[in-house]
Write a protein that binds this ligand. Structure first.
Ligand code: ARG
Ligand code: ZN
Length: 415
Protein backbone atom coordinates (compact mmCIF):
# COMPACT_ATOMS: atom_id res chain seq x y z
CA UNK A 1 0.00 0.00 0.00
CA UNK A 2 2.70 2.42 1.04
CA UNK A 3 4.61 1.44 -2.08
CA UNK A 4 1.63 2.18 -4.32
CA UNK A 5 1.20 5.56 -2.70
CA UNK A 6 4.86 6.28 -3.31
CA UNK A 7 4.55 5.19 -6.93
CA UNK A 8 1.57 7.49 -7.32
CA UNK A 9 3.49 10.42 -5.88
CA UNK A 10 6.44 9.73 -8.14
CA UNK A 11 4.09 9.61 -11.15
CA UNK A 12 2.54 12.96 -10.21
CA UNK A 13 5.96 14.48 -9.69
CA UNK A 14 7.10 13.22 -13.10
CA UNK A 15 3.97 14.40 -14.85
CA UNK A 16 4.42 17.89 -13.45
CA UNK A 17 8.05 18.02 -14.38
CA UNK A 18 8.73 20.11 -17.45
CA UNK A 19 11.53 18.93 -19.71
CA UNK A 20 13.37 20.84 -22.38
CA UNK A 21 14.82 18.13 -24.62
CA UNK A 22 15.63 19.56 -28.01
CA UNK A 23 14.41 23.07 -27.11
CA UNK A 24 16.68 25.80 -28.46
CA UNK A 25 17.35 29.37 -27.39
CA UNK A 26 17.67 31.76 -30.32
CA UNK A 27 18.96 35.30 -30.45
CA UNK A 28 17.07 37.32 -33.06
CA UNK A 29 18.24 40.71 -34.31
CA UNK A 30 15.30 42.62 -35.74
CA UNK A 31 16.29 45.68 -37.79
CA UNK A 32 13.06 46.20 -39.76
CA UNK A 33 9.43 46.58 -38.70
CA UNK A 34 8.78 43.35 -40.64
CA UNK A 35 11.15 41.53 -38.34
CA UNK A 36 9.33 42.83 -35.28
CA UNK A 37 6.00 41.74 -36.76
CA UNK A 38 7.35 38.30 -37.52
CA UNK A 39 8.49 37.86 -33.91
CA UNK A 40 5.07 38.93 -32.60
CA UNK A 41 3.34 36.64 -35.07
CA UNK A 42 5.45 33.69 -34.00
CA UNK A 43 4.66 34.49 -30.37
CA UNK A 44 0.93 34.49 -31.15
CA UNK A 45 0.88 31.25 -33.07
CA UNK A 46 2.98 29.07 -30.81
CA UNK A 47 4.36 28.64 -27.35
CA UNK A 48 7.49 30.80 -27.23
CA UNK A 49 9.25 31.63 -23.96
CA UNK A 50 10.68 35.15 -24.03
CA UNK A 51 13.96 35.41 -22.13
CA UNK A 52 14.89 38.94 -23.12
CA UNK A 53 12.86 41.06 -23.34
CA UNK A 54 10.32 39.22 -21.21
CA UNK A 55 7.36 39.53 -23.55
CA UNK A 56 6.65 40.00 -27.27
CA UNK A 57 5.02 43.41 -26.57
CA UNK A 58 8.42 44.72 -25.51
CA UNK A 59 10.13 43.79 -28.79
CA UNK A 60 11.35 46.73 -30.91
CA UNK A 61 13.82 47.32 -33.72
CA UNK A 62 17.52 47.09 -32.88
CA UNK A 63 17.31 45.10 -29.68
CA UNK A 64 18.55 41.56 -29.27
CA UNK A 65 15.66 39.20 -28.65
CA UNK A 66 16.41 35.92 -26.86
CA UNK A 67 13.65 33.30 -27.05
CA UNK A 68 13.26 29.66 -26.13
CA UNK A 69 11.56 27.64 -28.85
CA UNK A 70 10.14 24.26 -27.81
CA UNK A 71 11.42 21.37 -29.96
CA UNK A 72 7.97 20.88 -31.48
CA UNK A 73 8.07 24.28 -33.19
CA UNK A 74 11.68 24.31 -34.33
CA UNK A 75 10.98 23.33 -37.91
CA UNK A 76 8.38 26.04 -38.31
CA UNK A 77 10.49 28.73 -36.66
CA UNK A 78 13.64 27.89 -38.65
CA UNK A 79 11.69 28.00 -41.89
CA UNK A 80 10.16 31.37 -41.08
CA UNK A 81 13.48 32.82 -39.94
CA UNK A 82 15.26 31.78 -43.11
CA UNK A 83 12.43 33.05 -45.25
CA UNK A 84 12.73 36.48 -43.66
CA UNK A 85 16.25 37.87 -43.75
CA UNK A 86 16.42 38.55 -40.03
CA UNK A 87 19.84 37.96 -38.56
CA UNK A 88 19.78 35.28 -35.87
CA UNK A 89 21.94 32.80 -34.03
CA UNK A 90 21.47 29.82 -31.76
CA UNK A 91 22.56 30.63 -28.19
CA UNK A 92 21.69 27.25 -26.68
CA UNK A 93 21.47 24.13 -28.87
CA UNK A 94 19.68 21.89 -26.39
CA UNK A 95 18.17 23.44 -23.30
CA UNK A 96 17.83 20.16 -21.41
CA UNK A 97 21.60 19.63 -21.77
CA UNK A 98 22.22 23.22 -20.65
CA UNK A 99 20.04 22.68 -17.57
CA UNK A 100 22.20 19.66 -16.69
CA UNK A 101 25.44 21.54 -17.31
CA UNK A 102 24.35 24.44 -15.12
CA UNK A 103 25.31 22.34 -12.11
CA UNK A 104 28.85 21.93 -13.37
CA UNK A 105 30.24 21.42 -9.87
CA UNK A 106 28.64 17.99 -9.62
CA UNK A 107 25.39 16.69 -8.07
CA UNK A 108 23.77 19.07 -5.60
CA UNK A 109 24.84 18.37 -2.02
CA UNK A 110 22.26 18.51 0.77
CA UNK A 111 24.36 20.98 2.70
CA UNK A 112 24.34 24.68 2.03
CA UNK A 113 27.09 26.01 -0.23
CA UNK A 114 27.86 29.55 -1.37
CA UNK A 115 29.02 28.27 -4.74
CA UNK A 116 25.99 26.11 -5.50
CA UNK A 117 22.37 26.89 -6.32
CA UNK A 118 20.70 25.99 -3.02
CA UNK A 119 17.03 25.09 -2.93
CA UNK A 120 14.58 26.92 -0.65
CA UNK A 121 14.77 24.49 2.29
CA UNK A 122 18.54 24.77 2.30
CA UNK A 123 18.40 28.57 2.13
CA UNK A 124 15.81 28.69 4.89
CA UNK A 125 17.89 26.59 7.30
CA UNK A 126 20.99 28.55 6.34
CA UNK A 127 19.18 31.76 7.35
CA UNK A 128 18.49 30.26 10.77
CA UNK A 129 22.02 29.06 11.34
CA UNK A 130 23.84 32.17 10.12
CA UNK A 131 21.54 34.28 12.30
CA UNK A 132 22.15 32.25 15.43
CA UNK A 133 25.91 32.03 14.92
CA UNK A 134 26.18 35.80 14.36
CA UNK A 135 23.65 37.06 16.86
CA UNK A 136 25.76 40.16 17.54
CA UNK A 137 25.36 41.26 13.91
CA UNK A 138 22.23 39.62 12.44
CA UNK A 139 18.62 39.44 13.45
CA UNK A 140 15.79 37.81 11.55
CA UNK A 141 12.56 39.72 10.95
CA UNK A 142 9.43 37.92 9.80
CA UNK A 143 7.50 39.98 7.24
CA UNK A 144 4.69 37.56 6.31
CA UNK A 145 4.01 34.32 4.46
CA UNK A 146 4.06 33.65 0.73
CA UNK A 147 0.95 32.55 -1.18
CA UNK A 148 1.78 28.90 -0.49
CA UNK A 149 2.55 29.64 3.16
CA UNK A 150 6.33 29.82 3.25
CA UNK A 151 7.77 32.32 5.74
CA UNK A 152 9.43 35.45 4.38
CA UNK A 153 12.23 36.72 6.61
CA UNK A 154 14.47 39.75 6.25
CA UNK A 155 17.98 39.54 7.69
CA UNK A 156 18.88 42.76 9.45
CA UNK A 157 22.65 43.06 9.40
CA UNK A 158 24.58 45.67 11.38
CA UNK A 159 26.17 46.38 14.71
CA UNK A 160 23.49 46.54 17.36
CA UNK A 161 23.87 50.08 18.69
CA UNK A 162 20.53 50.38 20.44
CA UNK A 163 19.73 53.58 18.57
CA UNK A 164 17.91 54.09 15.28
CA UNK A 165 20.16 53.56 12.26
CA UNK A 166 19.73 54.39 8.63
CA UNK A 167 19.52 51.39 6.34
CA UNK A 168 19.92 49.89 2.90
CA UNK A 169 17.33 47.38 1.72
CA UNK A 170 18.31 44.66 -0.76
CA UNK A 171 16.18 41.88 -2.20
CA UNK A 172 16.91 38.93 -4.46
CA UNK A 173 14.88 36.33 -6.29
CA UNK A 174 11.87 38.36 -7.35
CA UNK A 175 11.90 36.36 -10.60
CA UNK A 176 12.02 32.65 -9.91
CA UNK A 177 14.36 31.48 -12.68
CA UNK A 178 17.11 34.05 -12.08
CA UNK A 179 19.06 31.75 -9.79
CA UNK A 180 22.24 33.80 -9.58
CA UNK A 181 20.24 36.47 -7.73
CA UNK A 182 19.48 34.58 -4.47
CA UNK A 183 23.03 33.23 -4.68
CA UNK A 184 24.27 36.82 -4.53
CA UNK A 185 22.17 37.73 -1.47
CA UNK A 186 23.59 34.72 0.37
CA UNK A 187 27.09 35.69 -0.69
CA UNK A 188 26.54 39.25 0.54
CA UNK A 189 25.47 38.07 4.01
CA UNK A 190 28.51 35.80 4.24
CA UNK A 191 30.85 38.61 3.20
CA UNK A 192 29.23 41.01 5.65
CA UNK A 193 29.71 38.77 8.67
CA UNK A 194 33.12 37.45 7.64
CA UNK A 195 34.71 40.82 6.79
CA UNK A 196 33.13 42.89 9.56
CA UNK A 197 36.00 43.87 11.82
CA UNK A 198 38.71 43.34 9.19
CA UNK A 199 37.53 45.17 6.07
CA UNK A 200 37.43 48.89 6.97
CA UNK A 201 34.61 49.72 4.59
CA UNK A 202 32.33 46.87 5.67
CA UNK A 203 33.08 47.63 9.30
CA UNK A 204 32.23 51.29 8.99
CA UNK A 205 29.11 50.50 6.94
CA UNK A 206 27.73 48.05 9.50
CA UNK A 207 28.73 50.28 12.42
CA UNK A 208 26.85 53.21 10.98
CA UNK A 209 24.02 51.59 9.02
CA UNK A 210 21.99 48.40 8.81
CA UNK A 211 21.59 46.36 5.66
CA UNK A 212 18.25 44.56 5.32
CA UNK A 213 18.57 41.53 3.07
CA UNK A 214 15.65 39.51 1.74
CA UNK A 215 17.38 36.52 0.09
CA UNK A 216 14.35 35.31 -1.90
CA UNK A 217 11.15 37.33 -2.46
CA UNK A 218 9.37 34.90 -4.74
CA UNK A 219 9.98 31.76 -2.68
CA UNK A 220 7.10 29.74 -4.14
CA UNK A 221 8.27 30.42 -7.68
CA UNK A 222 11.89 29.71 -6.76
CA UNK A 223 10.97 26.36 -5.21
CA UNK A 224 8.90 25.55 -8.33
CA UNK A 225 11.96 26.13 -10.54
CA UNK A 226 13.79 23.53 -8.42
CA UNK A 227 11.05 20.89 -8.49
CA UNK A 228 9.02 21.29 -11.65
CA UNK A 229 9.87 23.93 -14.22
CA UNK A 230 13.31 25.52 -14.33
CA UNK A 231 12.01 28.33 -16.55
CA UNK A 232 9.22 29.59 -14.28
CA UNK A 233 9.31 33.38 -13.69
CA UNK A 234 6.17 34.49 -11.82
CA UNK A 235 4.61 33.90 -8.43
CA UNK A 236 2.40 30.80 -7.90
CA UNK A 237 -0.89 32.45 -6.92
CA UNK A 238 -4.17 31.03 -8.22
CA UNK A 239 -7.45 32.66 -9.02
CA UNK A 240 -10.73 31.17 -10.13
CA UNK A 241 -11.70 31.89 -13.72
CA UNK A 242 -8.31 31.06 -15.19
CA UNK A 243 -6.07 28.04 -15.15
CA UNK A 244 -3.00 30.25 -15.56
CA UNK A 245 -0.94 30.65 -12.44
CA UNK A 246 0.94 33.60 -10.96
CA UNK A 247 1.73 37.22 -11.72
CA UNK A 248 4.98 38.99 -12.47
CA UNK A 249 5.94 40.47 -9.08
CA UNK A 250 8.04 43.13 -10.79
CA UNK A 251 4.94 44.40 -12.60
CA UNK A 252 2.81 44.29 -9.47
CA UNK A 253 4.16 47.29 -7.53
CA UNK A 254 2.13 50.47 -7.39
CA UNK A 255 4.16 52.56 -9.87
CA UNK A 256 2.24 53.40 -13.05
CA UNK A 257 0.75 49.97 -12.51
CA UNK A 258 -0.05 48.03 -15.69
CA UNK A 259 0.19 51.06 -17.98
CA UNK A 260 3.25 50.07 -20.00
CA UNK A 261 5.32 46.98 -20.74
CA UNK A 262 3.06 44.72 -18.71
CA UNK A 263 0.17 42.45 -19.58
CA UNK A 264 -3.34 42.17 -18.16
CA UNK A 265 -3.55 38.60 -19.44
CA UNK A 266 -3.11 36.17 -16.50
CA UNK A 267 -1.39 33.71 -18.84
CA UNK A 268 1.37 36.15 -19.80
CA UNK A 269 4.80 36.01 -18.19
CA UNK A 270 4.52 39.77 -17.54
CA UNK A 271 1.00 39.65 -16.06
CA UNK A 272 0.68 42.68 -13.76
CA UNK A 273 -1.71 40.95 -11.36
CA UNK A 274 -5.32 41.82 -10.52
CA UNK A 275 -4.45 45.04 -8.68
CA UNK A 276 -1.28 46.70 -7.35
CA UNK A 277 0.18 44.50 -4.58
CA UNK A 278 -2.30 41.70 -5.34
CA UNK A 279 0.65 39.34 -4.90
CA UNK A 280 1.11 38.77 -1.17
CA UNK A 281 4.91 38.64 -1.52
CA UNK A 282 4.85 42.13 -3.09
CA UNK A 283 2.51 43.43 -0.40
CA UNK A 284 4.72 42.04 2.39
CA UNK A 285 7.81 43.75 0.95
CA UNK A 286 5.99 47.01 0.23
CA UNK A 287 4.52 47.08 3.76
CA UNK A 288 7.95 46.53 5.29
CA UNK A 289 9.57 49.29 3.22
CA UNK A 290 6.66 51.69 3.87
CA UNK A 291 6.94 51.06 7.60
CA UNK A 292 10.67 51.78 7.49
CA UNK A 293 10.73 54.46 4.85
CA UNK A 294 12.13 57.03 7.26
CA UNK A 295 15.36 55.07 7.63
CA UNK A 296 15.71 53.23 4.28
CA UNK A 297 18.07 55.33 2.17
CA UNK A 298 18.81 52.90 -0.65
CA UNK A 299 16.88 50.12 -2.37
CA UNK A 300 18.73 47.46 -4.36
CA UNK A 301 17.00 44.67 -6.26
CA UNK A 302 18.92 41.88 -7.94
CA UNK A 303 17.93 40.19 -11.21
CA UNK A 304 19.64 38.45 -14.11
CA UNK A 305 20.64 38.45 -16.93
CA UNK A 306 22.07 41.22 -19.20
CA UNK A 307 24.77 42.99 -17.12
CA UNK A 308 22.89 46.22 -16.48
CA UNK A 309 22.65 48.69 -13.65
CA UNK A 310 19.27 50.37 -14.00
CA UNK A 311 17.56 53.14 -12.05
CA UNK A 312 14.21 54.99 -12.35
CA UNK A 313 12.21 55.47 -14.32
CA UNK A 314 10.86 52.51 -16.21
CA UNK A 315 7.18 53.48 -16.18
CA UNK A 316 7.87 56.74 -17.98
CA UNK A 317 10.51 58.18 -20.30
CA UNK A 318 10.76 61.22 -18.04
CA UNK A 319 14.05 61.57 -16.23
CA UNK A 320 14.09 61.14 -12.47
CA UNK A 321 14.66 64.34 -10.47
CA UNK A 322 17.97 62.85 -9.29
CA UNK A 323 18.95 61.54 -12.71
CA UNK A 324 22.50 62.90 -12.89
CA UNK A 325 23.44 61.78 -9.41
CA UNK A 326 21.91 58.31 -9.94
CA UNK A 327 23.82 58.04 -13.23
CA UNK A 328 27.10 59.15 -11.66
CA UNK A 329 26.80 56.59 -8.84
CA UNK A 330 25.80 53.85 -11.31
CA UNK A 331 28.85 54.56 -13.43
CA UNK A 332 31.13 54.50 -10.40
CA UNK A 333 29.61 51.19 -9.32
CA UNK A 334 29.98 49.71 -12.82
CA UNK A 335 33.64 50.63 -13.07
CA UNK A 336 34.30 49.18 -9.61
CA UNK A 337 32.63 45.98 -10.80
CA UNK A 338 34.59 45.91 -14.05
CA UNK A 339 37.94 46.35 -12.30
CA UNK A 340 37.96 42.76 -11.04
CA UNK A 341 37.37 40.58 -14.11
CA UNK A 342 36.63 43.10 -16.86
CA UNK A 343 32.88 42.41 -16.85
CA UNK A 344 31.11 45.25 -18.65
CA UNK A 345 27.86 46.72 -17.41
CA UNK A 346 25.64 49.31 -19.05
CA UNK A 347 23.90 51.82 -16.80
CA UNK A 348 20.92 54.11 -17.24
CA UNK A 349 17.23 54.60 -16.58
CA UNK A 350 15.16 51.47 -17.25
CA UNK A 351 12.83 52.92 -19.88
CA UNK A 352 15.57 54.05 -22.26
CA UNK A 353 18.25 51.51 -21.40
CA UNK A 354 16.06 48.45 -21.98
CA UNK A 355 12.35 49.08 -22.39
CA UNK A 356 9.52 50.84 -20.59
CA UNK A 357 7.86 48.53 -18.06
CA UNK A 358 5.58 49.76 -15.27
CA UNK A 359 4.92 48.27 -11.84
CA UNK A 360 8.57 47.67 -10.92
CA UNK A 361 9.89 47.76 -7.38
CA UNK A 362 12.70 50.25 -8.20
CA UNK A 363 10.29 52.93 -9.47
CA UNK A 364 7.92 52.31 -6.58
CA UNK A 365 10.67 52.65 -3.96
CA UNK A 366 12.00 55.79 -5.63
CA UNK A 367 8.60 57.48 -5.69
CA UNK A 368 8.16 56.54 -2.04
CA UNK A 369 11.25 58.63 -1.31
CA UNK A 370 14.11 56.11 -1.43
CA UNK A 371 16.47 58.10 -3.62
CA UNK A 372 19.17 55.53 -4.34
CA UNK A 373 17.07 52.91 -6.06
CA UNK A 374 18.82 50.45 -8.37
CA UNK A 375 18.05 47.28 -10.30
CA UNK A 376 21.00 45.00 -11.05
CA UNK A 377 20.84 42.58 -13.95
CA UNK A 378 23.77 40.26 -13.22
CA UNK A 379 25.78 38.02 -15.61
CA UNK A 380 25.79 37.04 -18.35
CA UNK A 381 24.80 38.60 -21.69
CA UNK A 382 23.18 35.48 -23.12
CA UNK A 383 25.73 32.70 -23.56
CA UNK A 384 24.08 30.85 -20.67
CA UNK A 385 21.33 33.32 -19.79
CA UNK A 386 19.38 32.09 -16.76
CA UNK A 387 21.44 28.88 -16.75
CA UNK A 388 24.66 30.48 -15.55
CA UNK A 389 26.96 27.61 -14.52
CA UNK A 390 27.67 27.23 -10.82
CA UNK A 391 31.36 27.80 -11.54
CA UNK A 392 30.46 31.45 -12.25
CA UNK A 393 28.72 32.06 -8.92
CA UNK A 394 31.92 33.04 -7.13
CA UNK A 395 33.34 35.48 -9.73
CA UNK A 396 29.89 36.98 -10.33
CA UNK A 397 29.32 37.54 -6.62
CA UNK A 398 32.83 38.90 -6.02
CA UNK A 399 32.54 41.53 -8.74
CA UNK A 400 28.97 42.43 -7.74
CA UNK A 401 30.14 42.97 -4.13
CA UNK A 402 32.39 45.76 -5.42
CA UNK A 403 29.45 47.53 -7.06
CA UNK A 404 27.14 47.12 -4.07
CA UNK A 405 29.82 48.28 -1.65
CA UNK A 406 30.53 51.28 -3.89
CA UNK A 407 26.88 52.32 -3.77
CA UNK A 408 26.72 51.68 -0.03
CA UNK A 409 29.80 53.81 0.61
CA UNK A 410 28.37 56.63 -1.47
CA UNK A 411 25.04 56.48 0.35
CA UNK A 412 26.77 56.37 3.73
CA UNK A 413 28.67 59.56 2.86
CA UNK A 414 25.74 61.40 1.36
CA UNK A 415 22.91 61.06 3.87
N1 ARG B 1 14.28 42.81 -16.43
C1 ARG B 1 13.66 43.52 -15.35
C2 ARG B 1 12.17 43.28 -15.39
O1 ARG B 1 11.61 43.16 -16.44
C3 ARG B 1 14.00 44.95 -15.43
C4 ARG B 1 13.43 45.80 -14.35
C5 ARG B 1 13.70 47.25 -14.58
N2 ARG B 1 12.85 48.05 -13.76
C6 ARG B 1 11.54 48.22 -14.03
N3 ARG B 1 10.84 48.94 -13.20
N4 ARG B 1 10.96 47.74 -15.10
O2 ARG B 1 11.52 43.20 -14.40
ZN1 ZN C 1 14.14 39.63 -13.36
Amino acid sequence: MKFLLLLGLVAVALAENTHFEGDKVFRLKPVLEEHVSLIKELADSMEVDFWRPESPQLVTIDIDVDIRVPALYLDMVSTRLHQSDMEHEVLIEDLEEAVKRERDSGPTPRAHSYTRYNNWDTINSWMNSITSSNSDLISKMFIGNTYEGRPMNVLKIGRKTGSGKNAIFMDCGIHAREWISPAFCQWFVKEAVSTYGSDPQMTSLLDQMDVYVLPVINIDGYQYTHTSNRMWRKTRSRKSGTSCIGADPNRNFNAGWCTLGASSNPCSDTFCGYSPESEIEVKNVADFIRKNKGIIKAYLTIHSYSQLLLFPYSYTYELAADHSELMKVAEGASSALRSLYGTRYTSGPGATTIYPAAGGSDDWAYDLGVKYSYTFELRDTGRYGFLLPESQIQPTCEETMLAVKYIAAYVQKNI
